[in-house]
Design a protein around this ligand. Structure first.
Ligand SMILES: CC(C)(COP(=O)(O)OP(=O)(O)OC[C@H]1O[C@@H](n2cnc3c(N)ncnc32)[C@H](O)[C@@H]1OP(=O)(O)O)[C@@H](O)C(=O)NCCC(=O)NCCS
Length: 204
């Protein structure tokens, strides 16, 4: 699989054997991707996405440096993944993964897994040691994420414990991690508010 970190571009056709004219490109997100990314997330999660507990760790923050990725097929943005700087209890710097979404017409082609793999690859390159997320164990367990690594941790809001998972990029990185997960990312430049966001945050 060719990988050109300098261009921050990843090209893979492995999962398009039946549609060889389509090339999947995974690269770092740019400002021109934002509106298409937001549309994809609105459709994938609905308006309640802003009420999720993990949103408390993302709101007002910029994603971790170099770890907001998008997948394109041709001109179309078909996938998004972002990682966020957090502290998984005192002394345990880590990343929060999410949201991850793939356009419904492009699912089950491996794009979700490729976005995760590419994100984790770049996270390791940037010396990140661990990743946590809230997501379906059936999807994330085969990728190495485990509930066992987050038992001592609490999120700033309600969560289905079975969906609270962790992954060590550096073995032992989450050993002894306990306490409240807190956002540590850089403050985001003030952006135009999403029409649903303020209302749903109040309702949450
Ligand atoms: C979850 C999601 C990102 C997967 O994207 P994708 O590109 O289709 O994923 P992949 O192609 O890598 O994997 C697809 C496989 O995962 C399975 N899968 C998808 N979502 C799953 C879930 N929530 N739980 C368990 N398995 C799941 C599919 O059934 C498929 O199985 P198959 O390969 O046997 O057909 C996509 O379905 C999506 O955007 N869903 C809506 C948003 C969402 O739920 N995001 C994840 C938040 S944790």
């Amino acid at each position: 699989m060719p990988h050109e970190e300098a261009a921050m571009t990843y090209v893979c056709m492995n999962d398009f054997r039946d549609a060889a004219d389509l090339t999947l490109v995974i690269r770092e997100e740019s400002v021109t991707d934002v509106s298409a990314r937001e549309r994809l997330l609105d459709v994938a999660f609905g308006p309640s996405r802003f009420a999720k507990t993990c949103e408390r760790l993302r709101e007002g923050r910029a994603p971790a440096q170099g770890l907001a990725l998008v997948a394109h097929v041709g001109d179309e943005l078909v996938g998004t993944i972002r990682f966020w700087n957090i502290q998984a209890g005192p002394g345990h710097a880590a990343l929060l993964l999410g949201p991850l979404a793939v356009d419904a017409r492009h699912r089950s082609l491996g794009i979700g897994r490729k976005l995760i793999a590419e994100g984790l690859f770049r996270a390791v390159q940037r010396s990140h040691k661990a990743v946590i997320l809230v997501g379906d164990a059936a999807y994330y367990n085969p990728l190495g994420f485990s509930r066992a690594l987050t038992h001592g941790l609490a999120l700033p809001g309600p969560v289905d414990e079975a969906r609270f998972l962790g992954l060590e990029l550096d073995p032992g990185a989450l050993e002894g991690a306990s306490g409240l997960v807190m956002a540590t990312g850089a403050r985001a430049p003030r952006a135009a508010a999403h029409p649903q966001a303020a209302l749903l945050r109040q309702a949450a």
